[in-house]
Design a protein around this ligand. Structure first.
Ligand SMILES: *[C@@H]1O[C@H](CO)[C@@H](O)[C@H](O)[C@H]1NC(C)=O
Ligand SMILES: *[C@@H]1O[C@H](CO)[C@@H](O)[C@H](O)[C@H]1NC(C)=O
Ligand SMILES: *[C@@H]1O[C@H](CO)[C@@H](O)[C@H](O)[C@H]1NC(C)=O
Length: 430
């Protein structure tokens, strides 16, 4: 007679089912990167994410050659889920990307005779580019990758191959003002010569910059700064012209030749912390230096060092990346490269690949306001947590290196994957 309660219950349970499905699916598809509190460090991965199967050829995470402590079978089978939010989901989606993503490069990248060809052509030698290496490495990797297409009609994305770094070094441009004008004029040229810009309002167009002057480079072209994808090292939530869901953080990588050199294992790292850098008007750096410059358990150095920069990364357990003029610095990828757990003190830094990588599994993120507790926080990390982070750090090293031609899961393909997640924007026919 009274059938209402069961119906209500059935309705309730289907609503719950939908809510649960959404809750389970959403975090794996898009996880907005958030500054991680130190307290989340020891939280285990939710049970639904399966750890990557390191032993399965082709479906496990990238092999890690230069491991200080090679993984054992026990590690692989332990409940430690590794540094990924959801390896299975990412790996499947990545493989789909490799089958279908296509990027077109505007022909200026190979026109040798135009007056500004030097701004567009790929550089032959990228080894001495230091902080700006990633900008060039993206270009040379793309040009030698199977994602490149010469058929713009089949492209998902259109790459505008100007180099902000080379503009900065060109005496005809050089100033921030001339760079803005050049970029705006170039975009207008693309827009009038080809039909592709108008078809999406520029939403499937991208450019890459790792020079901080590039932050404003698009400001004189409305469509460029509101629609196009900025792939940038200066990825800060508080950056006026940076939009986190539209733009893509670029890993800032310093070119290092000895990628395969064995890492110094944790028990050979005698210093707690390494940081070498100037104060750069940064109150946080100033505080770090004032508090610990004379602490013998740490290498915190603002002046001359008695050992090499590389040695600093090799002999410490933690390496600081403290906001200076910019949120970003190559120190993070250097730390990863040398097997030193990065400690990031740089609020609002939109960390590279953070929708794939769980940064709390291989780095420590400290709020700028908590910098005074740095030493206490690091000393309180249990040894087993540190060792797990060290293993995870080894797993993510592949993602922070560039190759030409690109290699599976390297910085190029990880960046391409970020573009892949932004594909399928509405587009008119050409
Ligand atoms: C993981 O790898 C092992 C060893 O190669 C294999 O036996 C097993 O079937 C794999 N598991 C999955 C889920 O692929
Ligand atoms: C794109 O739109 C602009 C503004 O309407 C126009 O001036 C330009 O010629 C268009 N481009 C092409 C290739 O038709
Ligand atoms: C640091 O090194 C430079 C060059 O090697 C030297 O000129 C300078 O005096 C040194 N500064 C200090 C404080 O030792």
């Amino acid at each position: 007679m009274n059938r209402r309660p069961p119906m209500f219950l059935a309705l309730l349970s289907s609503v719950l089912l939908v809510v649960l499905t959404v809750a389970l699916v959403l975090p794996s598809t898009f996880k907005p990167p958030q500054p991680t509190q130190f307290t989340t460090l020891q939280v285990r991965q939710p049970a639904e994410t399966t750890p990557p199967n390191l032993t399965t050829e082709g479906s496990g995470p990238p092999p890690t050659k230069a491991a200080g402590n090679p993984r054992t079978d026990a590690d692989r089978n332990s409940e430690n889920p590794g540094p990924y939010h959801n390896w299975k989901h990412f790996n499947a989606d990545y493989n789909e990307m490799m089958q279908s993503l296509k990027i077109y490069v505007y022909p200026d990248v190979s026109k040798k005779n135009s007056p500004f060809s030097s701004i567009f052509l790929p550089l032959r030698n990228t080894k001495n580019l230091g902080n700006y290496y990633s900008e060039h490495a993206f270009k040379t990797a793309l040009l030698s990758s199977p994602l490149l297409t010469t058929q713009p009609e089949e492209a998902d994305f259109f790459y505008m191959p100007f180099s902000i770094n080379l503009m900065r070094n060109d005496r005809r441009l050089h100033s921030a003002d001339s760079i803005k004008n050049f970029v705006a004029r170039y975009t207008e040229r693309i827009r009038s010569e080809y039909g592709f810009w108008n078809a999406s309002g520029g939403a499937d167009h991208l450019y890459v910059c790792c020079h901080s002057i590039g932050r404003d480079a698009m400001s004189r072209h409305e469509g460029l700064h509101s629609n196009a994808i900025q792939v940038t090292c200066s990825s800060s939530y508080f950056q006026r012209l940076y939009v986190s869901h539209k733009d893509v953080p670029l890993a800032q990588v310093w070119p290092r030749p000895d990628f395969d050199r064995a890492l110094n294992p944790p028990d050979k790292r005698n210093k707690l912390v390494f940081f070498a850098g100037r104060k750069q008007n940064s109150r946080i750096r100033e505080k770090v230096i004032d508090l610990w410059e004379n602490d013998d358990s740490m290498d915190i150095i603002s002046g001359n060092r008695s050992f090499s920069y590389e040695e600093g990364f090799r002999r410490s357990r933690y390496c600081l990346s403290v906001k200076g003029y910019e949120v970003n610095t190559a120190r993070v990828s250097d730390a990863i490269h040398f097997g030193c757990i990065p400690v990031i003190i740089s609020d609002h830094y939109d960390l590279p690949f953070s929708n794939v990588l769980d940064w709390s599994k291989f780095s420590i993120i400290i709020q700028e306001d908590d910098v005074g507790s740095l030493k206490k926080i690091l000393l309180s990390v249990p040894k087993e947590t540190y060792l797990a982070m060290f293993q995870n750090l080894i797993s993510v090293r592949t993602h922070f290196s560039w190759h030409t031609p690109p290699r599976k899961f390297d910085s190029f393909y990880m960046t391409a994957y970020q573009l892949w997640l932004r594909r399928g924007l509405h587009r008119l026919s050409y």
